[in-house]
Design a protein around this ligand. Structure first.
Ligand code: PMP
Length: 383
């Protein structure tokens, strides 16, 4: 009955990209997309289409097997070496999604008798991976290393202790306090894993993620991410030591027992990583324009929470208010997608805005004007 619930009216709307622009066609209306995930602005890049076509010419449309049995192609090996190189690790493994990467990695590293510690706002795929692993799961307060410290102390020293955080939180756009988390992990002999889904291509001077964001003063044990956001393909990845990757090849069940990434997606992802490496100006553009957008929205009186990245929440209030505001924004020509309970706490419903390299300074100005005008319409001055 969800379809008939009026509050959910902005969900599942079909979007058609308008080639080479950040605009989309929604039911015949041309709108500026401000809630997309293609951070690097590479979705629709002809170089990726060329890589896809070349892969389809040779390999056809699917991998037709699991990686261990007939599913591995030179394209998979190329992608994994690009991921390892770009993320500054010796080895990497490509999964069929970021979700599978989290579930597979956590399950391969932890089981009954082990202990996983997750930030309260970690992504659902981390939470699901923890639950499926059979390990004991403990949550700590968001971005609170002192609380993690207390939780680790209380848990004792038996078994593997794995701490997992998002590098950039997908609903709030804030960054994990990595140096302090590393200190706590070291004090307790715990492993530290980060999910870079919203960090790769977005934070760090050249888009290498959270370690580069902190000037490489701190190192994590396991890095993981998706190939469906800044890298506009499909799939997930893990990078780390050759031993870790060997272990995951045979121990990560969603990797071992599910078909390999399609060659076309694999080729697109590898090509996108090469472009990201060659065009770091995309990353600096995201950082500069998102800074400008955050300042403008905060100055206009919006609550943008603790965002310091390309993800900027416009926190509105109740679910119904967020849906209403999203509808008004559409009338002003911009798409800002609402995120409501249970994804965010009651009363904290928001539009989740993401600044990408496809947005020029003019697009950002247009969006700022539209969001402000829509807000003024919602609460007329003087009320
Ligand atoms: N981790 C985080 C932080 C995410 O935001 C997402 C996707 N929303 C995933 C993992 C899952 O990635 P994928 O969509 O590739 O399964």
């Amino acid at each position: 009955m969800l379809e008939s619930t009026p509050h959910r009216r902005n969900s599942f709307m079909p979007y058609v990209p308008i080639g080479g622009t950040p605009y989309v066609d929604v039911e015949g209306q041309r709108l500026l997309m401000m809630s997309g995930y293609s951070y690097l602005g590479l979705a629709g890049d002809p170089r990726l289409a060329a890589a896809v076509n070349a892969a389809v010419d040779v390999y056809g449309t699917g991998a037709h097997g699991v990686r261990a049995l007939a599913g591995t192609t030179p394209l998979h090996q190329d992608l994994e070496s690009e991921i390892a190189r770009f993320t500054e690790r010796e080895a990497a493994l490509a999964f069929s999604s970021g979700y599978a990467a989290n579930v597979g990695t956590i399950g391969a590293l932890c089981g009954a008798g082990d202990h996983v510690f997750v930030d309260k706002l970690d992504h659902a795929s981390i939470v699901d991976g923890c639950q499926l692993s059979g390990a004991t799961v403990t949550r700590f307060r968001h971005n609170d290393p002192a609380h993690l410290d207390a939780r680790l102390r209380a848990a004792g020293t038996d078994g593997v202790r794995l701490v997992i955080v998002d590098s950039v939180y997908s609903m709030d756009g804030d960054v994990a306090p990595l140096p302090a988390l590393r200190e706590v992990c070291d004090a307790h002999g715990a492993l530290l894993m980060v999910d870079e889904a919203h960090a790769l291509g977005v934070i760090g001077k050249t888009g290498r993620g959270i370690e580069e964001h902190y000037d490489r003063t701190v190192r994590v044990d396991i890095k993981l991410g998706t190939l469906s956001k800044g890298i506009p393909s499909m799939g997930g990845w893990v990078s780390g030591t050759p031993d870790l990757i060997y272990h995951l090849r045979y121990g990560a069940r969603p990797f071992l027992f599910s078909a390999a990434l399609a060659p076309a997606q694999t080729a697109a992802a590898a090509e996108a990583i090469r472009i990201l490496d060659a065009e770091p100006q995309r990353v600096s553009h995201i950082q500069a324009e998102s800074g400008r957008f955050r300042t403008a929205m905060a100055d206009a009186g919006f609550n943008i929470g603790q965002s310091t990245t390309a993800i900027v929440p416009l926190i509105i209030g109740t679910d119904a208010q967020a849906y209403d505001y999203a509808t008004t924004c559409r009338e002003h020509g911009v798409v800002g997608l609402p995120v409501v309970t249970p994804a965010v706490p009651n009363g904290m419903a928001r539009l989740r805005i993401a600044i990408t390299a496809a947005h020029s300074a003019e697009h950002i100005d247009t969006a700022i004007e539209a969001f402000v005008a829509a807000a003024e319409q919602r609460v007329p001055a003087g009320e």
